[in-house]
Design a protein around this ligand. Structure first.
Ligand SMILES: [Zn+2]
Ligand SMILES: [Zn+2]
Length: 362
């Protein structure tokens, strides 16, 4: 199985899981309509979308005369009596929440032929309702209503009023319209945003820090290079000097032959270049353009530069160290038998020489 297919399957699984979970969060409100005759024999009707269907209840219409259990208003125990049966006109049990499970209350009413069960919330809960779970009592319309409404109906019935109720399906409420879900989404969004911003700030700070570090290092290396350049030998070529009449000897930076009167700098590796050509080069790179000999190292100017050296490609020439006078020179050689700079294999770091240096590198 390809990696892409695996990813798609995983995504599909996650999505189906999400849909499944969302479905579990969906609940339906119920429209509760009650009607009764008052003392003046007038019919009073009230309705509101104030009930919530139980999780295991069918979401459909139910209607009937509201009936209270005789005795315990919570309708618990082995046999709460409603004084009605399945042959009575359609009736709906009204019980108070508490003392036993929702399933027990519902099943007791169901056994005696109720068309539906209305559970009203505990005292002190005002008009609030909860989403009931009653897995052992399915197949009967069950809703919960608020405590105030429940107590008002109980009061009417206890006064001898016959109250009729019609329960119908209200709106579906999903996670997308649930306040808690919205809170959760906002918090999740906030966390993700905050984490992204924090990550961005961290990365930027790290980059800035590295940049300033490398700038500082570059500055330090430049000042060291300046010191080293001051210590290099400078000569003015005279007529008759070997450099002025050899065609093979030329400044590797500007590729021009030397003339009498030219001011040249002699590097620690004995390679010579025009002073004006080699100084900017050395400030920038600190190595001989021909043999990559490190002048800072050779002149002992360097301090803890190990990491910067290892980052560059090391010179692939043999280096021997000779001591003369006060200064220690490192002379790169391809032929261990000779220290003659003329015979050095020329390795140009300067891009202008790339073509010429190719065979030497191979
Ligand atoms: Zn030059
Ligand atoms: Zn050199």
């Amino acid at each position: 199985m390809g990696k892409k297919t695996q990813h798609r399957l995983l995504l599909l699984l996650c999505l189906s899981g999400l849909v499944h979970r969302s479905a579990a969060f969906v609940f339906w409100t119920a429209i509760v309509e009650i009607s009764y005759s008052n003392s003046n024999n007038e019919t009073v009707g009230q309705f509101c979308e104030c009930g919530v269907f139980g999780r295991n209840s069918p979401v459909k219409m139910a209607s009937g005369i509201i009936t209270l259990p005789k005795g315990d208003p919570k309708g618990c125990g082995p046999g709460p009596v409603y004084g009605r049966n399945s042959s009575s006109p359609s009736w709906i049990a009204l019980v108070k929440r508490g003392n036993c499970t929702f399933s027990e209350k519902i099943n007791a009413a169901k056994r005696q032929g109720a068309a539906g069960v209305v559970v009203y919330n505990v005292d002190g809960s005002g008009n609030s309702t909860t989403y009931m779970t009653h897995p052992e009592a399915e197949g009967i319309v069950t809703i919960m209503i608020g405590n105030f409404q429940g107590r008002e109906i109980v009061r009417l019935i206890k006064n001898g009023t016959e109250v009729y109720m019609v329960i119908t399906e209200g709106a579906a409420h999903g996670p997308w319209m649930d306040t808690y879900w919205l809170y959760f989404l906002s918090i999740a969004f906030f966390i993700v945003t905050a984490a992204s911003v924090a990550y961005f700030v961290f990365v930027s700070a790290n980059r800035l820090y590295n940049l300033s570090l490398s700038k500082r290092k570059e500055k330090r290396l430049k000042s060291e290079a300046k010191k080293a350049i001051k210590r290099l030998q400078v000569r003015t070529l005279k007529r008759g000097d070997e450099e002025t009449h050899s065609d093979s000897l030329m400044c590797a930076v500007c590729i021009e032959s030397y003339k009498a009167g030219d001011v040249v700098t002699v590097l620690t590796c004995e390679h010579i270049f025009h002073k004006t050509c080699i100084e900017p080069w050395l400030l920038d790179r600190r190595t001989c353009p021909m043999c990559k000999c490190d002048i800072l190292k050779a002149l002992g100017v360097e301090d803890n530069r190990k990491e910067s050296i290892s980052a560059e490609s090391p010179p692939d020439v043999t280096v021997i160290t000779v001591t003369g006078g006060d200064t220690m020179y490192e002379v790169p050689l391809t032929d261990p038998g000779s220290t003659d700079p003329e015979r050095h294999q020329h390795r140009y770091d300067n891009r202008a020489f790339e073509g010429e240096s190719e065979p030497a590198r191979g």
